[in-house]
Structure formats: structure tokens, C-alpha cells
Ligand binder design. Structure first.
Ligand SMILES: NC(=O)c1ccc[n+]([C@@H]2O[C@H](COP(=O)([O-])OP(=O)(O)OC[C@H]3O[C@@H](n4cnc5c(N)ncnc54)[C@H](O)[C@@H]3O)[C@@H](O)[C@H]2O)c1
Length: 236
């Protein structure tokens, strides 16, 4: 994602990538890539983070110290991470979303509407598919979709990740299933299965550029904003 963002911004007149930070050494690129934030010498307005929750602590401490706004695009944060993000957002502007595509964010709304309309009689199952390098499961987007559906039932449903063995009858749950393979960029199906009918709402991304473009839009929008926590709803 970092490379895709850099590529999309190469001819942009209003924003530029001044440097990168990555624990894996990167050589041969056109911008400096440092191993840690403490090595960054450039003036930075916004950090755009497509790395890993493992980067969070060092990154946000640096951002707070320097007064730099942050767009968090990685997925897989723990509850503890989310609390830390809330605290740091009292000091600098932080934008966070698990998915920058407008289409996915529309899907999140449609899923809520479908769940409200169809009600308890329809079982909800989510299938997400991603490339074989993805490190977290289920995807952050699958969780966004599950939370959106569950909001229609006052969050009363359990989340069940995959099924195996003698599991008995289906309970009051939302099933979430992760498929990993090849170079699949990101596919999400939300299935509402009722008596004698099934409705499936789907989104498919065919390129990482859709996420990079959304993240750049968010970074430009966030620059100069006061401390606080922002997400896609603020932009849309
Ligand atoms: N919000 C969105 O729309 C969206 C879209 C695509 C991917 N993502 C998320 O963005 C993240 C990156 O995705 P990707 O496909 O580019 O993965 P990737 O594995 O190709 O790239 C991640 C990079 O982060 C680096 N990294 C890992 N841990 C680090 C640390 N502690 N400090 C500094 N650098 C570190 C890795 O060396 C690697 O170069 C994932 O969490 C993914 O789920 C979010």
C-alpha cells in the first residue's frame, strides 16, 4: 500500500510523500525510507500508516511529540490499541478506518438497512476473501460489516469466526469466514439467509489503488484539523 500511495502521489501538485518508515529495509526507491520515526528529518504534516498495529505505540508517541496528524489505515488493532488511539486523539487529529473505499462504506450502510428490514428471521453470514499475504483475520472490513449488521439488533448477536466439527444448531450469531489465496485484493459478501430466499450484498476491489486514493483524500482533508478522532463518515 505504501508503494501504491507513493505512486499515486508522484504527479500530485498539492501533496507529496517526503519519506517512509518501515522496519523492513527498502532500497532503490526515490524517497528515503527510515527504520524508525526518530530518524525522520523531513518536515511532516501527516503520517499515513499502512503498516501494522505493531507500529502504533512508537508512531503515535512521535506524532504527539511533534504535533503531527495521523491517518491510521492498518487493521487488526486490539482493544488496548483502540484505547491508546482515543487518548492520543485528545492531543492530535487522528483519522482511522479499516476501509477507504466509498463502495465499502456504502455497503456498511446498506447492510444496516438490510438487517433492520429483514429482522431476526434472516441469518447473517459474512465471507471475506483476501490475498495469501494478509496477516490478520477476519479482515477489518468484515468486522465493520458485522458491527453494522449487529447495530440493527442492539449488538445482541455473538460473532462466530468459522465453523468446524459437531457444532449443533445455529445460534444467535453472525458468522464470519476468512478465505486466503493468491492475489485477491479484497472481496466481501454479506449473506442474509431467510426461509426460501437469500439476499447477498457484495463488494469487490480489483486494485489496491481504490484504498490508496481514499487514504490520500483523507490525509489531505485531515491536514491542519484540530485534535480529535475522525473517520469516513466525516468525509462522506
Ligand atoms: N484501510 C484500508 O482501506 C486498507 C486497505 C488495504 C490494506 N489495509 C491494511 O494496511 C496494512 C498494510 O497492508 P499491505 O497490503 O500494504 O501490507 P504489506 O505487508 O504489503 O505492507 C506492510 C508494510 O508495513 C511494514 N511494517 C510492518 N510492521 C511494521 C512496524 N512495526 N513498523 C514499521 N513498519 C512495519 C512491513 O515491513 C511492510 O513493508 C494492513 O494492516 C492491511 O490490512 C487497509
Amino acid at each position: 500500500m505504501g508503494a501504491t500511495v507513493t505512486d499515486l502521489l508522484k504527479d500530485d501538485e498539492t501533496a507529496q510523500v517526503v519519506c517512509g518508515v518501515d522496519i523492513t529495509p527498502c532500497v532503490g526507491g526515490k524517497i528515503p525510507v527510515y527504520r524508525t520515526f526518530d530518524c525522520v528529518k523531513e518536515k511532516v504534516d501527516v503520517i499515513l500508516d499502512f503498516s501494522s498495529p505493531a507500529a502504533l505505540n512508537v508512531e503515535l508517541n512521535w506524532a504527539v511529540k511533534k504535533g503531527v496528524t495521523v491517518v491510521l489505515a492498518a487493521t487488526g488493532y486490539t482493544q488496548e490499541d483502540l484505547k491508546f488511539i482515543e487518548n492520543c486523539a485528545k492531543k492530535v487529529a487522528i483519522f482511522k478506518t479499516a476501509n477507504f473505499s466509498i463502495g465499502v462504506n456504502l455497503l456498511v450502510k446498506l447492510v444496516r438497512e438490510a438487517a433492520e428490514t429483514l429482522g431476526e428471521k434472516f441469518d447473517i453470514e459474512i465471507i471475506e476473501k483476501h490475498h495469501n499475504q494478509k496477516v490478520d483475520a477476519p479482515s477489518g472490513t468484515a468486522l465493520m460489516l458485522a458491527y453494522s449488521a449487529n447495530a440493527a439488533f442492539d449488538d445482541s448477536k455473538e460473532y462466530l469466526n468459522g465453523r468446524c466439527g459437531k457444532i449443533g444448531k445455529r445460534g444467535n450469531e453472525i458468522g464470519i469466514h476468512a478465505v486466503r489465496g493468491g492475489t485477491i485484493v479484497g472481496e466481501h459478501d454479506v449473506i442474509f439467509a431467510g426461509d426460501d430466499e437469500v439476499i447477498t450484498l457484495s463488494h469487490s476491489a480489483s486494485s489496491k489503488r481504490v484504498f490508496a486514493a481514499g487514504a490520500i483524500k483523507a490525509a489531505k482533508w485531515l491536514a491542519g484539523k484540530p485534535a480529535g478522532k475522525y473517520d469516513m463518515k466525516d468525509i462522506i
